[in-house]
Design a protein around this ligand. Sequence first.
Ligand code: ZN
Length: 427
Amino acid sequence: MSATAIVGATVVTCDEEAKVIHDGTVVIDGTTILDVGPRDAVATNGATLIHARGAILHPALINAHAHLAMTIFRGAADDRDLQGFLERIFPLEAQHCSEASIAAGVRLAIGESFLAGCTSALDMYFWPDVAQAVAAEAGFRLHNGPVFMGFPTPDCPSVETQLERFTASPSPWIVAHGTYTLSVEELKALAALRLAHAARFTIHAAENTGEVDTVLEMTQKTPVALLDDLGLLGPHSVLAHVVAITDEEIARLGATATIVAHCPLSNLKLASGICRTPQLIAAGATVALGTDGPASSDDLDLYTAMRFAALIARGATGDATALSAREVLEMATINGARALGLADTLGSITPGKDADLVLLDGQSAALTPSVDPIASIVYAASRADVRDVWAKGRQVVANRQLTTIDLGRAVAEVRELVATWRESDLA
Ligand SMILES: [Zn+2]
């Protein structure tokens, strides 16, 4: 494959110094970033040139908590709290989830994600192998695994079956639904499995006070304390939400360098509360960013999630410096890479890393002028500004068009699928 050079852009690297290179050039060779620097200092001999003067180039965004296939349930459970949402969603899933509906839902979700500058996700849903096949075809980096829940699910009769599937699969992920949907014994088995396979671990935790009360009643411990006792906190663990927690729990999440997947949009929509991200960061936890599923948030747009993350931290603390634009952009990039265990290969524009890049439109009104490009991305950019996207060097969005997914087909597929469901199902 010949090299491609993106020339003259404002390169927001998200590297350790958060370097911004004005009039910069990035060379992609195959799947990898070959060189990054000021335009005059980077050799582009023989490369295909993409002129990007005035445009912002940033690392592709990483979704640290999603249920991609739930595009098929978008709008099906509005205006409920978490418990009301689950009461509505679980029966819908039992009735309508199948290999075919998962494939259709994931295809649409990946198209939507690419168009919103996101090329990777940590996903939790049924038929993970079906989702993987769709993702591989599209060029999307999907991290998932068999989902552990303590009752029969559309793709699995029992935790025992999932344990067998995990052992037989190459997945490095143990995907547990929650401390309220698994027994302590089952969680203990997962903790042992994680150790035996040196696997990464993800789970919903402390999403709202109702969940904490349920887990307290079941186990006499809070979700975070229970996970701590089981050895399930640490840099290998990604806890989604982490809203209803105490100061002591924040200190433990920090001391163990646990990763939190902050999902501001679903937390607000379900009235769950606000994750105390500035305190978590100050304590030493890594905070990444997720959209959660499109049935509770309702889209897969990390630009919106970034802006909400920045603003609710200020609203909640009364401190305009509670969370910087840099910290928020890092949540959606390098910290997302840390969540995936890929900090060495993803999450910043650095030579040797995978070429996962987003070029924003240089003619965007909302990005003009751009005094601080990092602030522009967090406070002003939207997915409407995404012009080109590369995933592992492959251009998956070219001049606002998907290249690996037929969007018209993906939209039609989901519409036809949902049209076959009885009206009462979605009333
Ligand atoms: Zn979730």
